[in-house]
Design a protein around this ligand. Structure first.
Ligand code: IPE
Ligand code: IPE
Ligand code: MG
Length: 266
């Protein structure tokens, strides 16, 4: 323990922090409606333990379950997890195929449980370019859970923010050609209907683990006014307690959306 944390100020700080984290209760109106997470650091977590990088991905999967569970418990309505980017194909073939198998197996394993918990599972990304078996399973899982309303779990697989914007532009241009839409009639609202997240609120909070402080092509359109939270914890070490700490930090943020005091949190 650091000497400074023994000082009265240090103790006070720790007590305050504990209180804030404990005050995160299910249904708290100060909670974000939509949380997005860049789950990073699996490889470094494994290397630190002299394990292959793939062991980090396996360990990370357990955290996906825990955080999903915590969102259900707290009543958070949308959780988006970045699992594989359009750039992650640059990784060694072996790691990529390990990940594809892991997605397939875990999806098979967890879907029934999540369905019982009324979780709607959606996928963000270029799904058709995944191994055909995985693409088929994804479509099945989306259809099976489509009516669930407790939590929407978005899994971003083969997802890139720029790709998402370009495919939205294509959709919009096609509509414009078919229906004779005037360019000046195109609105932000109309545009968002072509995004993978159509109909969903933008993330209120984005968390990135592992110490990197960048967006890595994640939800470029949707994060215009998202609160960002960075932690040096590797994803397999991130758990519900640290998740609640991030939520407590979010609650203290003052969101202004370019205005002055509107939306201010106490
Ligand atoms: C995140 O962990 C998982 C994926 C991108 C699939 P990484 O695999 O990027 O782990 P680090 O960043 O190399 O430690
Ligand atoms: C971002 O992590 C993508 C996912 C977590 C799926 P990366 O590890 O791929 O990002 P960079 O390369 O460090 O920016
Ligand atoms: Mg990484």
């Amino acid at each position: 323990m650091k000497l400074s944390s023994l000082s009265p100020k240090g103790i006070l700080h720790r007590v305050r922090r504990k209180t804030a984290v404990q005050s995160i209760q299910p249904g708290d109106p100060g909670l974000p409606k939509h949380v997005a997470i860049i789950m990073d650091g699996n490889g470094r977590w494994a290397r630190k333990r002299n394990l292959p990088r793939t062991a980090g991905h396996e360990a990370g999967l357990q955290i996906v379950r825990e955080i999903t569970q915590e969102c259900v418990r707290l009543g958070i309505k949308y959780l988006t997890l970045y699992a594989f980017s359009t750039e992650n194909w640059r990784r060694p073939k072996q790691e990529v195929s390990f990940l594809m198998n892991l997605f397939y197996q875990s999806l098979q394993e967890v879907t029934t449980d999540l369905h019982h918990e009324e979780v709607r599972i959606r996928f963000l990304g270029n799904i058709d370019q995944l191994p055909p078996k995985l693409t088929a399973l994804i479509k099945e899982v989306e259809a099976q859970t489509a009516q669930n309303q407790r939590l929407t779990l978005n899994l971003a697989i083969n997802y890139g923010g720029r790709h998402e914007i370009i495919q939205a532009v294509r959709g919009l241009v096609q509509k414009a050609q078919e229906q004779g839409l005037e360019p000046e009639k195109i609105t932000e609202d109309q545009f968002t209907r072509f995004l993978f997240t159509a109909g969903q609120p933008d993330p209120d909070l984005m968390i990135r683990t592992s110490g990197e402080q960048r967006i890595s092509n994640f939800m470029l359109w949707q994060t215009a006014y998202t609160e960002l939270y960075f932690t040096s914890t590797f994803w397999p070490d991130f758990g519900p307690a640290e998740f609640r700490a991030a939520l407590a930090a979010y609650k203290k943020r003052s969101r202004r959306f370019g205005g002055i005091k509107e939306g201010r949190r106490k």
